[in-house]
Design a protein around this ligand. Structure first.
Ligand SMILES: Nc1ncnc2c1ncn2[C@@H]1O[C@H](COP(=O)(O)OP(=O)(O)O)[C@@H](O)[C@H]1O
Ligand SMILES: [Mg+2]
Length: 164
């Protein structure tokens, strides 16, 4: 699914990297999508995927990242949400660790390697139609999510278009 280069509506929310930004993003993005007439099921799916992407910024983008942007574009058939940070980017896969001495202590597992880790991108992919992660090490990451949407019958954009 492609989103038109000039969407009907495009808006950008910029947050500081703090935990509270995720529920605030959910509230503001959800209310705005509903206000524009996106159906409730699509709003639910988009918020779930966006939550994973924003949580990833807080978890993985690095400590020096001060903020991130959530840029949403809406067209006649689709919604695109980009979550962009200027953080460390996706770290390259770690090298094979050297064989451990028998008496060496087991190191604490980093957050990204816990058993329940690594599901965020899969969750995003399950709730929207298309997900890409574009990362430049040292320069940041952009996660782009696209989804077909259905408009409610009283969507203001559709009504005003039909009337004009
Ligand atoms: N904004 C980001 N900045 C840096 N790395 C990221 C970012 N988003 C995702 N990643 C990388 O992609 C991996 C997979 O993300 P995800 O599927 O959400 O799993 P998890 O967050 O549980 O590790 C992360 O472990 C991380 O290495
Ligand atoms: Mg994650």
């Amino acid at each position: 699914m492609r989103v038109k280069p000039d969407p009907d509506v495009k808006f950008c929310l910029v947050f500081q990297c703090e935990t509270i930004s995720v529920p605030v993003m959910r509230r503001v993005l959800g209310d705005t999508l509903r206000g524009l007439g996106v159906d409730e099921e699509s709003v639910y799916d988009i918020l779930l995927a966006a939550t994973e992407a924003c949580t990833n910024v807080l978890t993985h983008a690095g400590r020096h990242v001060r903020g991130y942007a959530v840029v949403t574009s809406l067209g006649a058939v689709g919604c695109q949400v980009e979550v962009a940070d200027e953080g460390i980017g996706v770290a390259p896969a770690p090298q094979e660790p050297p064989a451990q001495e028998p008496e060496a202590q087991e190191p604490e597992a980093p957050v990204a390697q816990l058993p329940e880790s690594g599901r965020g991108l899969a969750i995003m992919g399950a709730f929207v139609d298309h997900v890409t992660l574009d990362s430049r090490p040292g320069h940041g990451t952009v996660v782009t999510m696209r989804k077909h949407i259905t408009w409610s019958s009283d969507a203001p954009l559709r009504q005003f278009r039909a009337a004009s």
